[in-house]
Design a protein around this ligand. Sequence first.
Ligand SMILES: CC(C)(COP(=O)(O)OP(=O)(O)OC[C@H]1O[C@@H](n2cnc3c(N)ncnc32)[C@H](O)[C@@H]1OP(=O)(O)O)[C@@H](O)C(=O)NCCC(=O)NCCS
Length: 199
Amino acid sequence: MNSPDSSADDMLSLARLHEQCLDDSIFSLMGTGALATYYRFVTRSDRESLFLIRDEGTIIGAAVLSTSPHDMSGRLFRRYGLALSGPLIKGLVGSATFRTRFFKHLIAKDSTPAALALLPEIVQIFVHPDHRNQQIGSRLLNDAEGWLRVGGVNRYYIKTHNVGEQNQALPFYESRGFSRAGESTFAGELYVYFVKEIS
Ligand SMILES: CC(C)(COP(=O)(O)OP(=O)(O)OC[C@H]1O[C@@H](n2cnc3c(N)ncnc32)[C@H](O)[C@@H]1OP(=O)(O)O)[C@@H](O)C(=O)NCCC(=O)NCCS
């Protein structure tokens, strides 16, 4: 279900919320414009779905579900390479952190555990800091699961690379019925994979 009411303003709000909530994501390092392009791609894709929660019209939580996560970056860059080239060059020239991470991602091989390889993935989920622990994240997962159920899918996964004690995602996934499905290193970072059966 791609959000039919998402506008250009929404893309910008989403980009800003993503930057705020996932400040170490590679897209956040590319800036708001690149993120807005990413969300434009998501809303127009037939393999990605965007789930939004609003409070009086303002987006306070979002999740992106991909039914084809393994080739998502390739599809994004094939479709929006030109629009992303400016932020990419700016990032490569201006930030050593971005440069290192970008090249690591470029040469890294997909390391998704084989058991999960063909399953849909929640590739992003985030909630505005002022609205956390109010069941917004749970509602986003429920919406994504409802959509998967309609399509006859009964398993999906999610991964996280920030495994520090301050990571709110770990207790969140565990309390929402996910179980650990393995760990692997991608682009020099350790990822923990969680899988969930839905009925
Ligand atoms: C992870 C995240 C999406 C959860 O959203 P949320 O709206 O706060 O989650 P909910 O309110 O629906 O669920 C909270 C549940 O998660 C658990 N939880 C969430 N934060 C927790 C924390 N800091 N400590 C312990 N448990 C926590 C609780 O068990 C709670 O369950 P309960 O309601 O039964 O008590 C949100 O914290 C977030 O945006 N974090 C920053 C971005 C991020 O890390 N995204 C995931 C990247 S992999």
